[in-house]
Design a protein around this ligand. Structure first.
Ligand code: GRF
Length: 199
């Protein structure tokens, strides 16, 4: 398939988004970062988009009074910038089916565990890693999946594992997983471009 025209939705730091932007800039990934939307006007993700010269927008429950208006604004903004593939990168809201359908389901997310384990509502941030440690699992990892209208339930596209080591804290495990997230997200997009993964 041709170049991916990427639209990002991110709520916080945006390190996954940055890894993908870096891969596009260095020519490792045939992708164009077209636009960034955040529901958090103070997010690191918006800072990063400013620094990268990528158009950005703050769209949230504060800027739009109904979920429908918010979804419409997301669709309008991404369409204006020619987005064909949406990348959720730490986006802390459930995405409206209006947006998913408009983009024919070409919406990806990354989750910091091996889905279907440790996913679902309320499973985000350090809570995920706390649950992995509490369960006594010997490995964890990251999952890239398609997004549907339920939290962390869409088709799994790729996973990468990391070991859980003695003495791990939720923070140390989170850092180990985040490092592989950056590799996994970019590699999954490369495989989509090359036709190895169909979406
Ligand atoms: C990552 O752990 C990702 O798996 C989860 O949210 C976190 C976002 O981190 N969905 P960042 O904003 O990309 O640094």
């Amino acid at each position: 398939m041709a170049t991916l025209n990427l639209g990002f939705l991110a709520s916080h730091g945006g390190s996954n988004m940055q890894a993908i932007i870096d891969a596009c800039n260095s020519g490792k990934l045939d992708g164009k970062p077209c636009c960034v939307i955040s529901n958090n006007s103070a997010s690191g993700a918006l800072d990063r988009s400013g620094k990268e010269g990528i158009p950005w927008n703050h769209i949230s429950g504060h800027t739009h009074s109904t979920p429908e208006a918010e979804a419409e604004a997301i669709v309008d903004t991404f369409s204006r910038y020619g987005v064909d593939t949406i990348i959720l990168a730490g986006y802390m809201k459930i995405l409206s089916p209006q947006v998913i359908n408009y983009f024919n389901g070409r919406v990806l997310n990354i989750h910091p565990a091996l889905l279907p384990k440790f996913g679902g509502k309320g499973m985000y941030g350090l809570r995920v890693h706390e649950a992995v440690l509490k369960a006594g699992d010997k490995e964890s990892g990251a999952t890239v999946h398609l997004v549907d209208s339920q939290y962390d339930r869409g088709r799994v596209l790729a996973q990468m594992k990391v070991p859980v080591v003695d003495g791990d804290t939720p923070e140390s495990l989170a850092a180990r997983v985040l490092a592989v997230e950056h590799i996994l997200y970019t590699n999954t997009l490369k495989r989509i471009v090359s036709g190895g993964i169909e979406i």
